[in-house]
Each structure stands twice: as C-alpha cells, then as structure tokens.
Design a protein around this ligand. Sequence first.
Ligand SMILES: NC(=O)c1ccc[n+]([C@@H]2O[C@H](COP(=O)([O-])OP(=O)(O)OC[C@H]3O[C@@H](n4cnc5c(N)ncnc54)[C@H](OP(=O)(O)O)[C@@H]3O)[C@@H](O)[C@H]2O)c1
Length: 271
Amino acid sequence: MVKMAKTAANPSDERTIGIIGCGHLGRSLARGLIDSGFPKEGLLVSYGGSSATLEEIRKAGLHENLSDNLEICKRACIIFLAVRPQSFQTLGELSIPAGTLPVSCMAGVGTAALKRQLGIDCVRIMPSGPDTIASKKGIAAVFPKDDEVAALLSGMGLKVFSLSDEEMMHTFTAGVCLTAALLVARKNGLDIKPAVEAIEKDFPPFGEIYAWALDALPNLGSDEEEEKYINRMCTKGGITESIVQSLYSGSSLLGALENGIKRSKELSTGG
Ligand SMILES: NC(=O)c1ccc[n+]([C@@H]2O[C@H](COP(=O)([O-])OP(=O)(O)OC[C@H]3O[C@@H](n4cnc5c(N)ncnc54)[C@H](OP(=O)(O)O)[C@@H]3O)[C@@H](O)[C@H]2O)c1
C-alpha cells in the first residue's frame, strides 16, 4: 500500500492516486491498481474531453473516479501522467505540490524536460502495452530507481527493470513495442534474431525483453484481431506507430526498431 507523509507542503492523501490521461494506458493502469488491491475510491482520473474516451471510461467502470487535473494535483500522493507526449506541453505547469510523486508514462519525454515544466522531480516509467498489463504479463522500466514505484508496478504483476542510464529508456521503449512488431514482422516473413542480437550488443536486457515479448504475444484468432491489438498499442505519433509503419513500408525488423528508437529521441527533444 502506498504511504506518503501528509505535510503542510503536501496536503495530498496517501490513499489517493491520480491518473492524468485516462486513455488506453491510463485505463489499464487504473484496472491494474484496482486488481492489485488499491481501493477504487482512492483513484482519480482525468481525460481530455473526447466523448469516445468518456464512453471507454464508462465501460471501464471508472466514471465515478472522474476528476480534473487541478483536483488530482491537490489530492493525489502519486500522479501517473499518461497523456500523449504531444499533449504534455498543453497541460501547463499543473502545480503539483512538493512531496507528491509524479510518474510519467510518456514515451520520450526526459526527466529534465519534465522538471522544467512541472517544477518538481519526476520518475519515468515505460510500461508494456495495455493488453500485457491486463494479462499480468507486463514489464516496465523505471528511471531513476524508485522503490515505491517499483513496488506499485510489481503489485500490478509487472516485471520491473530499474535503469541506471536514462538513454536506455529509448531502447527499452522500442523493446516494449516488440509484441506488436513481431506480429507484423512474422507476417512479412522477416528474420527476427539478427535484429535482437544487434540491439542486445548495446543494451544487454534486450534479449530478456525479446523472450518476454514471445511469451506475452497473444494468440489472436484472426487478422482483424491482430490489427485491433496493434492499434491498441499504437499511440498516435508514438514509437509503436513508427515501428509498425516502418515494417508496413518494407523495413527490416532492425531498421524498424532503430526508427522507433529515433522517434523516441525525437519526442525527447519536443519532436
Ligand atoms: N499505449 C501504450 O501501449 C503505451 C505504452 C507505454 C507508454 N505509453 C505512453 O502513455 C501515454 C498515453 O498513451 P495512450 O496510448 O494511452 O494514448 P491515448 O489513448 O491517446 O490516451 C491519452 C489520454 O490523455 C487524455 N488527455 C489529453 N489531454 C488531456 C488533458 N489536458 N488532461 C487530461 N487528460 C488528457 C486523452 O483524452 P481525450 O481522448 O479525451 O483527448 C486520452 O484519453 C503516451 O505518452 C504514451 O507514450 C503508451
């Protein structure tokens, strides 16, 4: 259970967790938290106002948890930022009190940029896609190392990789896209091992991430189901989308993963 001290500087409630951006990933984190025993009434979620998202929030049974960013920042002790990287700048400063822990799920947005905008230190995580979280087969990178966040993610059934170098987030992010990438690569008849071995040279955990992806790969009955699965993993303008599109346009798996790493780096510089 999450414990954070309530102080004058931080009036937040230790039983409250916020999720700013209750989209695909945000909803799966909400479900993961509830399934791991976190009290549902302690969750506050927000979204950007689209009626389609509101419908999905209703379907997920989270409409009673709806709040707004201001209230979330006032009350939550941990705040997951699960908006798209492109929406982050439009969130403004957010006024997160000292002592509250913001946890960014946004691909590519580095800790320095987060601190510049939020005015407070932020932990970054990179979880695998919503389906893997739902099936308790997820993985997540955490940077910098944070025991509390790691415990929260482990409680949700995710295998945690604490990274010592933030640059490795880019490669890890391409790694969590592997389940979607493998579906397309297999269909295209591509050789997979050389790509994994090439990336493993610079980032040794990549072999383990590949083994995870093989295990987490769902057994989808039809092309339509595969397409839906891939779409759920693709954030618009994000890294999975870049990898999958590279594969669709004839790239090798290594080329596609390198494009994903490049896209992550672009996002980190505001691209
Ligand atoms: N999907 C994945 O597999 C995955 C895995 C790892 C990390 N990520 C990261 O997670 C983040 C979200 O990805 P996603 O695929 O879940 O995208 P998504 O489905 O588009 O979710 C983003 C959500 O943010 C909401 N939002 C936009 N502006 C907001 C605001 N001002 N206040 C509160 N909420 C706001 C959007 O609401 P509206 O729909 O109403 O605009 C939307 O529901 C991205 O940064 C991505 O890099 C995703």
